[in-house]
Design a protein around this ligand. Structure first.
Ligand SMILES: [Zn+2]
Length: 906
């Protein structure tokens, strides 16, 4: 990857001076980082015989400074990158900035600074922070999505997708602030009012651009099965979001013969239980009925102001009003009323439902409230029909047997659906259909700080795409939004343009793209960030797919789905040869901390940062409360919660780095819990990590001094070449055993146990029993000489294992001491340690213990133990005792696979 940095003699003398004695992490980390930077140690090049490993952490939004979640995310990525490099891979670990978005506009409004300046300042600060953590990032590949070099390709691809019909224009509903005359993002609408003006927000239909992600719905769903390296729950979330459902489209003819109300149902077996139909407030039937009904019109307006998110809809009060219109049941001929209901979504299905109160909970609640009939048409397979329906507390939503549905009675779910769909089809009033919950992706944002949509509107030529040679459409970087709409629309130098076709006066599109566009393909651009002539090139083929992607679970749906769509769309445009962008996905857990608060005036709650709070202890040192340091008055504990601004329980990583150094921060993060689980912040944990590193440092340091007296590490043979006494042999075996386990753990991303392996190895080495003698003195007798050289050999090998094992996690200290001890110039470029068979060769072996074929533990048996002896030990094992309640007669038989496992069958 790079040649080792050569130090000048002066450097060496200086380093030696500074490295001695105390663990001075500040100067060590700073100097090591300078060396890495000079040596371009993390530079990734494509010409390489090693297998490639592309390790990617989700790029940050440049909000101002790193938070603890970032530190955790990027430390995991860095540990994996460094580990794989030592395992012999050609590693790429890039970093960039998801730099467009609303916070920059809000900050601009608050401070009067253009978003570009705010963003670039933040990037500069956060880059410095990342560098101070010692991440092995190839900074030559850094990108920011707000740079024209990057977003021009958003525009270029947008035009390609437009040509293919994968981008289209349609009207979409937005939040409209009538006072500011501007579109609001969902997060700018608070309790139905504009965040700035307090005006009641209206829903407005405006033309928007959509990406046709639904064209890939089936592939996006099916290909989830080709991703064994993804967490199951992420795949479930994606599948639910795509929401493929097989069902039946049913037409209910209008009573007046003017057409039919179309609904989609996955429960055609309950068709005969429909007692009314309900439509969304935006449905054309609702509008038709409201024309002559002012009360209904008012109700429809109220619904339109309500929530648009499905989750909120599910919990809101179910409200409705009859339209006065009726439809005819397609099979029974019954006359059913049509209601407008706030729980029916226009965006899903047909914006209308057939309501079956007996077998759908929402319909059931609605029917109870408005005293609509409830008709049971499904009986449970086992119980009597009355048992399933009475008393009327809830809908019976399970599959069962059709009743009250003549001539379709007595059928189970599948045959009932088939028969009813067949009957509908014969009357041309329905058919089987597949439906998706997934909608096309609306990418137009009426905002300034984003990628300009490359379109020009000419009164003569209509919509004219910006020609490729005129890309990028540059976003002016000096505007300051004031909250009253998109400043691009008020900037003539941007807005006014010549039509590329006729040369006449024309106007630019002022909408910008959703920032999810930016993050949908940045991982490709890291492979070729300097290509000015093409979006991607052959280097993308070399690096892609991403071998390990790491980020928060909050991106489990949209970002990952859009990226997968984008990859497939680019593949179909012939730009890349790739079906899926991310082979393995790791979603790291949240960082938690205790929440402290006080109830202040009128029930308001004030939160206090844990750094400003101290514990109140009783006489035995037990914590009995907490108080604010500033006033000494008590605060209440709200338990653990995700670090957040709103709860004021965040810890600034910078304070941690300043006080303890990057290695301690990294070690704590990796030691406190496995990557996928939540991490509880703990001051004691941080101090413990620091103490361990100090101990490791001084151990290395002491050995270094001894080495200096005997002429350096080269004078000490490896343990295979010297006789070891029993203690030393045991210690060596123990170290290799720990290593064996650590290698298994790191493969499973259990970095916490890798850290504890490092701690155990240091304890083994630091055991006083190993040191049978004080430091060498000339003229000691032969036995002592042998003991000492044995000990030194174990030290040498043990430290070479320990420093390599911890190098991915605490790279600064390990890099420094590796060189100080004389192992070589760069521990990070050394091969990963492997346990030596000779060291593990032992008198006892460990066998897997199973009970009824399931792993229940391990047993240690003498190497030469026969089957009977192994069986005796297995029967006596506490796991087996537990399963048999200590009753040996419960054991049916014991299967012994010599040298490997014992299976106890009970
Ligand atoms: Zn024109």
């Amino acid at each position: 990857m790079s040649s080792p940095h050569r130090l000048t003699e002066l450097d060496k003398a200086d380093a030696a001076q500074r490295g001695r004695g105390k663990y001075d992490f500040r100067s060590v980390e700073k100097q090591v980082q300078v060396e890495w930077e000079q040596a371009k140690a993390a530079r990734a090049v494509e010409r390489d015989d090693r297998p490639k490993y592309y390790c990617l952490s989700m790029f940050p939004y440049p909000s101002g400074k790193l938070h603890m979640g970032h530190v955790r995310n990027y430390t995991i990525g860095d540990v994996l990158s460094r580990y794989h490099r030592m395992k012999g891979y050609n590693v790429l670990q890039p970093m960039g900035w998801d730099a467009f978005g609303l916070p920059a506009e809000n900050a601009a409004m608050a401070n009067g600074v253009p978003p570009a300046k705010w963003t670039n300042d933040n990037i500069a600060y956060m880059r410095k922070q990342l560098k101070s953590l010692g991440f092995a990032i190839d900074w030559e590949r850094e990108l920011a999505t707000c740079h024209p070099d990057y977003y021009r390709w958003n525009q270029w691809l947008f035009l390609r997708l437009l040509e293919r019909g994968l981008v289209y224009r349609a009207s979409g509903v937005v939040n409209w602030d009538p006072v500011d005359q501007t579109v609001l993002a969902n997060e700018q609408v608070i309790d139905g009012r504009g965040w700035r003006t307090g005006a009641v927000v209206e829903k407005r239909e405006i033309p928007m651009f959509y990406m046709r992600i639904t064209a890939y719905a089936d592939e996006l769903l099916e290909a989830l099965e080709s991703l064994p390296g993804w967490p199951e729950r992420v795949k479930v979330m994606q599948a639910n979001w795509i929401g493929r459902s097989e069902g039946v489209e049913v037409s209910f003819p209008y009573e007046d013969g003017s057409g039919a109300l179309k609904v989609f149902t996955t429960r055609a077996d309950t068709l005969f239980g429909a007692t009314y139909c309900a439509v969304a407030a935006e449905h054309e039937l609702a509008a038709r009925a409201a024309a002559t009904n002012p009360r209904l019109a008012a109700f429809i307006e109220e619904c339109k102001r309500g929530p648009v998110m499905e989750a909120e809809l599910a919990t809101q009060d179910k409200k409705g009003m009859p339209t006065g219109l009726h439809v005819i049941h397609p099979l029974s001929g019954a006359r059913l009323p049509v209601w407008v209901a706030n729980y029916v979504l226009m965006g899903y299905g047909e914006g209308a439902v057939m309501a079956v109160p007996a077998h759908d909970q929402r319909d059931f609640e609605f029917a109870l409230r408005y005293r609509l009939p409830i008709k049971c048409v499904i009986a449970s397979k086992t119980g009597a029909y009355e048992d399933t329906v009475a008393p009327w507390r809830d809908a019976y939503a399970e599959h069962g047997i059709t009743v009250n549905s003549s001539p379709f009675d007595g059928l189970e779910f599948d045959p009932a659906v088939d028969a009813i769909a067949g009957a509908l089809e014969r009357k041309s009033l329905g058919r089987k259909r597949v439906q998706y919950r997934l909608r096309d992706w609306g990418i137009s944002r009426q905002r300034y700080w984003g990628t300009p949509i490359p379109l020009i509107y000419c009164s003569k030529c209509g919509d004219v795409p910006v020609p490729d040679q005129d890309l990028p459409v540059l976003l002016p970087e000096d505007l300051v939004p004031d909250g009253s709409g998109n400043p691009l629309a008020k900037t003539p130098s941007f807005l006014q343009v010549r039509c590329p076709r006729c040369g006449g006066a024309a106007r630019r599109e002022t909408d910008t793209m959703d920032t999810f566009v930016d993050s949908s393909w940045y991982y490709l651009r890291y492979a070729c960030p300097d290509n000015q002539r093409a979006m991607v090139d052959e280097r993308v083929s070399y690096w892609m797919s991403v071998d390990q992607y790491i980020g928060g679970i909050e991106h489990a749906i949209l970002h990952l789905l859009y990226s997968r769509f984008w990859t497939k769309a680019m593949r179909d445009l012939g730009l890349i040869k790739l079906d899926e962008p991310f082979v393995n996905l790791l979603t790291q857990g949240m960082v938690l901390n205790e929440i402290f608060f006080r109830k202040v005036d009128s029930g308001r709650i004030a939160y206090y940062n844990p750094a400003d709070v101290e514990p109140v202890l009783d006489e035995r040192g037990q914590r009995i409360g907490a108080r604010l340091k500033a006033d000494g008055l008590p605060v209440e504990s709200g338990g653990l919660g995700t670090m957040s601004k709103s709860k004021n329980n965040g810890i600034d990583p910078q304070a941690l780095i300043d006080q303890y150094g990057a290695d301690t921060a990294r070690l704590f993060m990796m030691f406190a819990s496995p990557p996928e689980q939540t991490l509880e912040w703990s001051d004691a944990g941080v101090e413990g990590a620091f103490r361990f590193l100090k101990k490791l440092w001084s151990f290395c340091d002491k050995f270094s001094q001894e080495l200096a007296e005997i002429g350096g590490l080269a004078q000490i043979p490896w343990p295979d070449a010297v006789p070891l006494n029993e203690k030393q042999r045991d210690a060596r075996r123990e170290i290799h055993r720990i290593l064996l386990q650590a290698n298994r753990d790191i493969g499973r991303h259990q970095f916490n146990t890798v850290v504890s392996a490092g701690m155990k190895i240091l304890n083994v080495l630091d055991d006083a029993a190993l040191v049978t003698l004080p430091i060498a003195k000339p003229g000691t007798d032969q036995a002592e000489q042998a003991d000492r050289s044995g000990r030194n050999a174990v030290y040498k090998e043990g430290l070479s294992i320990l420093l390599r094992l911890l190098a991915p996690i605490t790279p600064h200290l390990c890099y420094w001491q590796w060189r100080e001890l004389g192992f070589g110039p760069d521990v990070c470029a050394e091969p990963w340690p492997a346990p030596a068979a000779a060291a593990l060769d032992q008198d006892e072996i460990t066998m897997v213990l199973q009970v009824n074929g399931k792993l229940r533990g391990e047993i240690v048996v003498p190497k030469d133990a026969d089957r009977q002896a192994v069986e005796r030990l297995a029967r006596a094992h506490e796991a087996v005792q537990r399963y048999t309640n200590g009753q040996q007669e419960k054991i049916k038989r014991v299967v012994v696979v010599p040298g490997r496992l014992v299976n106890v069958v009970v």
